[in-house]
Design a protein around this ligand. Structure first.
Ligand code: AMP
Ligand code: MG
Length: 270
């Protein structure tokens, strides 16, 4: 495999982030057809490493997906996980908090859905909503949300200390791509169900959301839980990029099959 261009998407700790300067339509020189074939190859590797992770039963991986509406969080999950062993993965979609969630701290519901040892968890939205939509829409006072960045860094470092490797992807779409996709959700009966009138309110707050994302990424991209900014105007680029980032993460932790049990080695099964 040639040098992986997705490495360049990683935000180093302390780096400044200006989303306007990050392309949304990069292709890294990939071609659509060969990228689809490569996605299948990456998924086969993911399958092997997920099995080892399960066999090892000591560590886990958490992939966090954040994005503006219609950037393709659901599509990414479908593309990279379909065909893999469902028992090895868990997907959690975080919605507006309700019930007991609102009576607890913002990390309570998130912590309980962190992946157990041996598993790969994918968060479709996450605790980052609590410094994104919550900040942009003033759902809690600034004095509350502004303290959350440090809490997030501490929380993620706790997970890392206890065996969970975290990787976070911001799926970066252009304003025009979002407009087209939201329009398609209005026009296409098959897509109507994805459209909420509230999506337009969020769209009007585009600059505020971009600024909140920049700040969140700057404050929380750490060596142990890095952010990647993934160009997401083209679904096939986005899918392959996220799959490669996840694969790279698993390769780095290199899960190992447990050594054979000496009391079992060589036994004859009658
Ligand atoms: P969707 O992902 O399109 O199903 O929409 C879920 C909605 O829940 C989005 O509008 C999110 O901004 C919202 N949401 C998720 N987490 C939170 C949170 N902690 N506080 C407020 N809104 C949230
Ligand atoms: Mg939505």
């Amino acid at each position: 495999m040639a040098k992986d261009p997705t490495r360049a998407l990683r935000i180093e700790p302390g780096a400044k982030v200006s989303l306007k300067r990050w392309p949304t339509d990069d292709t890294f020189g990939w071609e659509k057809e060969s990228a689809k074939a490569e996605l299948e190859a990456v998924k086969q590797r993911l399958d092997v490493l997920q099995q080892r992770l399960a066999a090892e039963q000591r560590r886990s991986v958490l992939l966090v997906l954040q994005a503006m509406d219609a950037a393709g969080k659901d599509g990414t999950i479908r593309a990279i996980l379909s065909g893999l062993n469902p028992a090895g993965f868990q997907v959690t979609s975080f919605k507006v908090p309700g019930g007991p969630e609102i009576d607890h701290d913002f990390l309570w519901r998130v912590h309980s859905d962190a992946p157990a040892h041996g598993r790969i968890g994918v968060f479709n939205r996450s605790h980052y909503e609590d410094v994104l939509v919550v900040r942009v829409k003033n759902l809690v006072p600034k004095s509350v949300w502004s303290r959350r960045y440090d809490h997030i860094v501490g929380f993620e470092s706790l997970l890392a200390d206890e065996g969970t490797t975290i990787v976070k992807c911001f799926l970066h779409v252009s304003n025009e791509t979002q407009r087209q996709r939201l329009q398609a959700r209005v026009d296409d009966p098959e897509k109507n169900w994805k459209f909420r009138a509230g999506d337009l309110d969020d769209r009007h707050l585009w600059p505020q959301f971009q600024a909140a994302y920049e700040h969140a990424i700057e404050r929380t991209s750490t060596a142990r839980a890095p952010w990647y900014i993934v160009p997401a105007d083209r679904n096939w680029v986005r899918n392959l990029a996220v799959a490669r980032i996840l694969l790279h993460t698993l390769e780095r932790i290199d899960p190992k099959l447990p050594p054979p049990d000496p009391s079992v080695t060589g036994r004859i099964v009658q």
